[in-house]
Design a binder for this molecule. Structure first.
Ligand code: AMP
Ligand code: MG
Length: 494
């Protein structure tokens, strides 16, 4: 395997590399270097991710790293590459896709470091290999916010920008997000080798992912020694858990194509995502999604559909269709169980029960009919739970149907009459965030960043990284959305 020559002196990083994906060989990727961008500057940084990589926060102050993380300078010992994958987009087989603008720099400390927006690759198709500042800031903020909400996700080390123009609907400027994850392998990687009739590569890839991330599959007695069926089951469980978490925090992904589904059950590829303001199960956050395929309430079913695509791709390895189907069908219990547990925690209960399920069932139609702000409702309920006093109207006032709201609050308060209210409230305050990345908040940070003022972005990042804390001086990030929030249009264009 030959990696292209370095075009500028490599940065000595002290990172200890272990290029396990690159070691799979050239059927899986094309080695290449990022394309530099002129005069880069820092936009957003996450010292916590730097620590995780073993870099030390000082790297995020260094000019050398600024260049390296914009793709202007190679990392000594890195092996940069673009991987090949395929996928189903909006329910239709789309053929080969691949890393069209993401370039993996290498793997250190068990984490892959990938630059998104770092220039053309052989998989760029009609694209320019670039990402715009707006969507890069959204991805950066959201990955860090999701992590703080305990939702499995890829992380983001930083965003760097450049004034180099990029054409989308209008002329914008370029940016690069440095993403970090144990692996960026997607369902689409498996679909690729299945659909292209490459069973050996399919097996190599599956064995790699199993040995590295799911070694327990080799000993799982439930699947008659079939490690690939056990693997499909594991991915099914992780995906069910991930989507249950999405639904519980009101996260709408927007483009749940199979190439955007992580084999590790991580939230990946933040594009036209949105956190719900008013609770609206039918909400479609992606303006390019004309059919509403990825509406909020459809996400669990879409995840299940996507898992069937993965199952189909793994069939040459699993061999027995009935095994694949039984692994997949566990989604039908794993998802509702995971969701029930998450919703019970939102109600301050450590376990789901028939009563917590009934409370949720009674609540959701009320929230939907009255278009109640989801995050504000749960946060106010968490505070209300401390005394559960019906004279306190802070929760009831969020509803138009006040009597129905009161009746529900009474049921809620009567469910744990002997349980210390303070404990229940504490659990709720650790489960129901005060701060979520609403569209209009991201938009405010983006507008300032466009004029190179990053103070809002930094403030927002700080509250999103500690979303369960009160931050009394940061209330403005926790309020109702303004009227203009509903006019923000987010599409696939990024
Ligand atoms: P996405 O909808 O962002 O998941 O992207 C779907 C496919 O299009 C992937 O193969 C991406 O790498 C590719 N892609 C998206 N935007 C660009 C771009 N600006 N340049 C090159 N490839 C892109
Ligand atoms: Mg994608």
């Amino acid at each position: 395997m030959t990696f292209p020559p370095l075009n500028s002196p490599a940065l000595d990083t002290g990172l200890i590399w272990n290029h396990s994906f690159a070691d799979l060989g050239e059927d899986f990727f094309v080695p290449l270097q990022p394309t530099p961008l002129p005069a880069p500057y820092w936009v957003g940084r996450s010292p916590e991710v730097a620590e995780q990589l073993g870099l030390g926060a000082a790297a995020l102050q260094s000019d050398d790293w600024l260049k390296a993380l914009t793709g202007n300078r190679p990392l000594a010992g890195g092996k940069s590459l673009a991987s090949v994958y395929s996928g189903h987009q909006f329910g239709v087989w789309a053929g080969q896709l691949g890393d069209g603008r993401a370039i993996l720099l290498g793997e250190a400390n068990g984490l892959e470091i990938q630059l998104k927006g770092a220039g053309l690759t052989p998989f760029s198709r009609m694209g320019d290999g670039r990402a715009v500042l707006r969507s890069s800031i959204r991805e950066f903020l959201c990955s860090e916010a999701m992590h703080a909400l305990h939702v499995p996700t890829t992380r983001a080390l930083c965003v760097t920008g450049s004034d180099a123009p990029v054409r989308r609907e209008t002329l914008e400027t370029s940016a690069v997000v440095t993403r970090v994850a144990p692996s960026f392998i997607r369902f689409g990687h498996f679909e690729h080798f299945c659909h292209h009739g490459q069973p050996e590569q399919l097996k190599t890839l599956a064995d790699y992912v199993i040995d590295r991330f799911y070694p327990q599959c080799r000993q799982d007695p439930r699947w008659g020694g079939n490690a690939y069926a056990a693997f499909l089951w594991e991915v099914t469980q992780r995906t069910a858990e991930m989507v249950a978490l999405w639904q519980s925090v009101g996260f709408c992904h927007g483009v749940m194509n199979t190439d955007n589904m992580s084999i590790l059950g991580l939230t990946i590829d933040y594009g036209p995502f949105q956190f719900l303001d008013a609770y609206d199960p039918g909400h479609v956050c992606n303006h390019s999604d004309n059919q509403g395929r990825y509406a909020f309430y459809k996400q669990p079913n879409v995840a299940y559909w996507n898992l069937f695509c993965l199952g189909q791709a793994l069939l040459p390895l699993i061999e027995k269709q009935e095994l694949a189907i039984s692994a997949l069908e566990t989604f039908k219990t794993a998802y509702p169980e995971a969701l029930a547990t998450r919703m019970a925690a939102k109600l301050g209960h450590t376990q789901a029960s028939a009563q917590t399920n009934a409370l949720v069932e009674a609540l959701l139609p009320l929230l939907a009919t009255d278009k109640v702000d989801m995050s504000i409702f749960w946060r106010r309920l968490s505070h209300w739970a401390r005394h559960a006093d019906l004279q306190d109207a802070s929760v009831r006032d969020l509803f138009l149907q006040r009597e129905a709201a009161d009746a529900w609050l009474l049921q809620f308060s009567e469910l744990l009459p002997h349980y210390p209210r303070a404990l229940q409230a504490d659990l709720m305050l650790k489960t129901n965030p005060k701060y979520v990345l609403r569209n209009h908040l991201g938009e405010m940070a983006i507008q300032s960043a466009k004029s190179k003022d990053y103070s809002k972005l930094n403030q927002l990042l700080a509250v999103l990284q500690t979303p369960f804390d009160e931050h009394p001086d940061q209330e403005s990030w926790a309020g109702f959305p303004p009227d203009w929030a509903s006019s923000i249009e987010i599409s696939c264009s990024s």
